[in-house]
Design a protein around this ligand. Sequence first.
Ligand code: GDP
Ligand code: MG
Length: 296
Amino acid sequence: MAIQLIKEWTAIHQFPAATQEKLVDLLAKLKNEKVDTLTILVMGKGGVGKSSTVNSIIGERVVTVSAFQSETPRPVMVSRTRSGFTLNIIDTPGLVEGGYVSDQVLDTIKSFLGRFLMKNTIDVLLYVDRLDAYRVDNLDKQVVKGITDSFGKEIWHKAMVVLTHAQLSPPDALSYEEFFSKRSESLLKCVRQGARISKKDLKNFAIPIALVENSGRCNKNDHDEKILPTGTPWIPNLVHTITDVALNGKSGILIDQKLIEGPNANDRGKIFIPLILAFQRWIKDDAAREAKPSWA
Ligand code: GDP
Ligand code: MG
């Protein structure tokens, strides 16, 4: 089922009391700012922990998590309400297929948004990757570029990076903080390049990062909250950062016909098809002419 009925967010009571309190405060803050709906789009490569993160935020297992293959062939929206506030989270399939960024997956996400959330806004983009990766490569840049081409550069105004697998022991005698800062620096650089954010535009695109540890083996504090190696309870911290992005003063990405049908890498290719055909015909004509003796 692609879309689930809007349910009361009862699983919020599954969180330890200390976490619940912070979450309720954050929801109150949003309501204070007249935000009564938050639509969060989750994107990234496959297997990075997108679905697990959705489950962690909601507080129950609502979407399928898989160790080996993306079991989310289509986007899935989970909606929850709590005292007049609605949270929509859209989990999506991994954006890489067979070593390339899949325009088809990007199109599927857009048409899903068009079907179920027309005239709504994407308020926050969670761009998910793993903390425990040691390199960014061209494919990462292509993923960001794919998102940018499909949703517009402005989506990065409403974006944050989520790094999963945050409970790790850094290699090479690096401290946790050093490792985190190196990893986030190189990933942010990759995002800026893929999104074509220029140096002078940097301030305009402050993209925050939040760490996540979805594993059941995540350490806990005395209040039973799951914590990062730094001691920070990460669920309230993640939701806090989401709230910051939602309230950062930039407008959300409107889901309208223009966005849904707008250019992406796919369509831009199509523009050239008539040109290519014309070019081929021209070459053929030319070849036919060449075949005749010049005096004919
Ligand atoms: P998706 O393809 O991006 O949706 O990734 P999933 O959420 O399905 O996760 C892929 C695999 O990574 C599953 O086996 C998850 O249990 C595991 N996983 C996800 N997040 C974390 C995390 O933060 N820590 C650890 N240790 N494993 C994770
Ligand atoms: Mg998934």
